[in-house]
Design a protein around this ligand. Sequence first.
Ligand code: NAP
Ligand code: G4F
Length: 333
Amino acid sequence: MPRALITGITGQDGLYLGEQLVGRGYEVFGLVRGQSNPKVERVERLVPGVVLLEGDLTDLPSLIGAVEISQPDEVYNLGAISFVGLSWKQAELTGETTGMGVLRVLEALRIAGGNDLSRVRFYQASSSEMFGKVRETPQRETTPFHPRSPYGVAKTFGHYLTVNYRESYGLFACSGLLFNHESPRRGIEFVTRKISRAVSRISLGLQESVSLGNLESRRDWGFAGDYVDAMWRMLQQDSPDDFVVATGETHSIRELLDVAFARVGIEDWSGYVRTDPRFFRPAEVDVLVGDASKAREVLGWKPRVGFRELVEMMVDADLATEAAAAGQTLTDR
Ligand code: NAP
Ligand code: G4F
């Protein structure tokens, strides 16, 4: 039975990846931080048989302990401060977790991973945020980086460390340059979920409006369940490499609002959306769109869920949750 260690198992991607690996016959170990993490119950429900290990990306001994106990064949480093907006407010924490955390996981593997490092396969959750102020469109594996946030800078550090440990120690290390991916399990701080939740609450009469920042930025949004499959495929290759994972389509926040509000029968959303300076960023990534040809050709990967289906899936899920919480019954839509 192959053994996988996942950092960030309580997050959106950790939950989907854990589920998929259990389905593929893996023994799954997940790193959980904090002395009483409220997300443990959800992980245990969604990832049957998971073994949870206490640890933190800012604490090397705990990572060494997790590697010693799990003796992993595959390590997926998904843990991070992942919210770009927070990374300006807590830049040092972001650097320690999202950047230095990668170094600590790699060092834990070197210290406790056994004599033959090429036996362990390592996945680093890198990000399209590294492309930042983009130098070419669409972005591919060879596009230079120009990160625009402390988060993007920390991810760029983690990416280059991953490449360096591959070149220095022969570690089977892959960096996935993943574009935005979403789902009903997305955190409510991210714009897709903030909108899907607000739209559902507005339609149920539970909220009057939603306050947002820049409506003009554009993202290449895919479905998280599809993207964690690409992570696994990277670690099944004969040799380690880096891959862009994206849909190849870009949409603005305005288009996201169009689809989300239309799902609940509202065609003109202007009366429900406010702009608030608090949600604008000190430096913005204006447009992202990825070219995933390499992932398609080498990994045989392609996205299955399109933009409209993704947004509708998220609105429907929030409608069901919010209606249940409010004791309302949904009529057929
Ligand atoms: P997420 O939902 O925010 O999950 C982040 C995970 O990191 C959570 O499990 C969190 O634990 C954990 N974490 C935070 N600080 C930690 C620490 N000090 N020690 C150990 N764990 C810690 O993020 P996601 O959307 O699943 O993304 C997974 C990874 O992919 C992240 O590294 C993210 O930066 C990267 N990424 C995401 C996207 C995307 O669009 N989703 C795109 C590109 C790259 P708690 O639950 O305890 O807070
Ligand atoms: O949903 P977002 O916060 O995602 P962002 O910044 O693109 O980062 C996500 O994707 C990255 C991959 O490119 C990941 F690495 C990262 O971990 C994370 O998962 O913001 C998307 C866009 C931005 O342009 C932002 O300025 O939406 C704009 N936006 C406008 N109003 C807003 C809001 N974003 C948020 N979170 N909240 C708003 O009210």
